[in-house]
Ligand binder design. Structure first.
Ligand SMILES: [Zn+2]
Length: 370
């Protein structure tokens, strides 16, 4: 990897701690790409999970992406509320307000993002844009740094045309757009498709560099664009061997675009979906080829659940009795909801410690108090 700019360098770009949007978002993305490191982008669906991610970022002196899916947002709003675009928007807004209020106190920069929205979720994006617009009118800033549109299952022309329409609405609000080209395999939140046991049937998991060029040429002049270009990525953790990761496709895309459009090297901010369970060498290569955002959901969910499971296993009695039948002592301090939730948070943080190291973002926060 290239040498990194020392953090003491006064000319190195800085942003204020807290949620970054607009120019500050651009500055952070470009710092990642120039420094050849990536930020973990962690899916959350509760304030506890958001706090664990902020804690891990603070502990690692690293910047971070906090993102929420449509169903995660429904959960955040409260699963008893009827599922609708507006409920899902309200849940995402609740997370955004939580993070806007607290992020600056953790001393790091945070990108706030929403995850996969296919055509059936365009109404969710409409509702989110309305909330962003309202916040922008009140504060001069949007609620979210960026949103994702995933029309990867549609013909690439339709994907790009809809992305263009959306980007034109997001750009005046200083919000970025992440699109997906080619398909991420596996399933997440009911989106995606199952893998075939025959690797040659999984060819749609690989983006064509020419499609990346077409998308970049048409969309990047319209606003802040990032691309989840699939290179064999799979959501979730699967048995090895079904697909092969090909980060060289990212390199081919960057080289093609730089040569065709006469740009500096690695012009495209790439996003790595389905990061959980990936091999270290593939991750490092992908970051080298311009990945700035590395999505993690499955591994952090597993880590959180493991932390809770281990805690319960160590304090079994307290999850059956309020008072110990053996000692006669109250067990509240063990079954206190905060105790086992905290065990989950700590375990999630430990998994993220690994992620920051692997992605090279440990101690690379560009946030400084003015
Ligand atoms: Zn994804």
């Amino acid at each position: 990897m290239s040498p990194l700019t020392p953090s003491s360098d006064a000319t190195f770009p800085r942003v204020s701690p807290g949620v970054v949007t607009g120019e500050d978002y651009r500055t952070l993305v470009s710092a990642c790409q120039k420094g050849r490191y990536a930020l973990p982008a962690v899916n959350v669906s509760s304030s506890s999970a958001a706090n664990a991610v902020l804690e891990a970022a603070h502990h690692n002196q690293a910047d971070i992406v906090i993102q929420i899916s449509a169903s995660g947002a429904h959960f955040y709003a409260g699963n008893s509320l009827p599922p609708s675009d507006e409920t899902r928007a309200l849940g995402a807004v609740a997370l955004a307000q939580h993070v806007h209020l607290l992020a600056q106190h953790y001393g790091v920069a945070v990108i706030l993002h929403t995850d996969h929205a296919d055509r059936s979720r365009l109404g969710w994006l409409d509702a989110l844009i309305a909330h962003n617009q309202q916040h922008y009118t009140q504060t001069g800033r949007p609620l979210f740094s960026s949103h994702m549109l995933d029309l990867s299952s549609e013909p690439v022309e339709e994907n790009i045309a809809t992305a263009a329409t959306l980007l034109k609405r997001l750009a005046p609000l200083n919000i970025g757009l992440e699109i997906e080209l080619g398909m991420t395999g596996g399933e997440e939140d009911g989106l995606g498709h199952e893998l075939s046991d025959n690797p040659s049937c999984n060819l749609n998991l690989y983006t064509h560099p020419t499609d990346v060029l077409t998308a970049w040429r048409k969309l990047s002049p319209l606003g802040m664009l990032s691309i989840a270009a699939s290179f064999g990525n799979v959501h979730g953790v699967y048995k090895p061997g079904k697909v092969q990761l090909r980060p060289d496709l990212l390199q081919q895309s960057q080289t093609l675009i730089a040569a065709t459009l006469d740009t500096p090297p690695n012009p495209v901010p790439f996003v790595f979906h389905g990061g959980s369970g990936s091999a270290l060498a593939d991750i490092r290569q992908a970051v080298e080829y311009g990945v700035f955002k590395f999505n993690i959901d499955t591994d952090t969910q597993f880590a959180t659940s493991q932390g809770v499971a281990n805690y319960i296993a160590a304090h079994k009695e307290a999850f059956i009795h309020q008072v110990s039948p053996n000692t006669g002592k109250p067990l509240k301090k063990f079954y206190d909801v905060r105790q086992w939730m905290r065990a989950g948070e700590k375990s999630c943080c430990e998994r993220l410690n690994e992620a920051f190291l692997v992605l090279g973002s440990h101690k690379k926060s560009i946030a400084r108090r003015p």
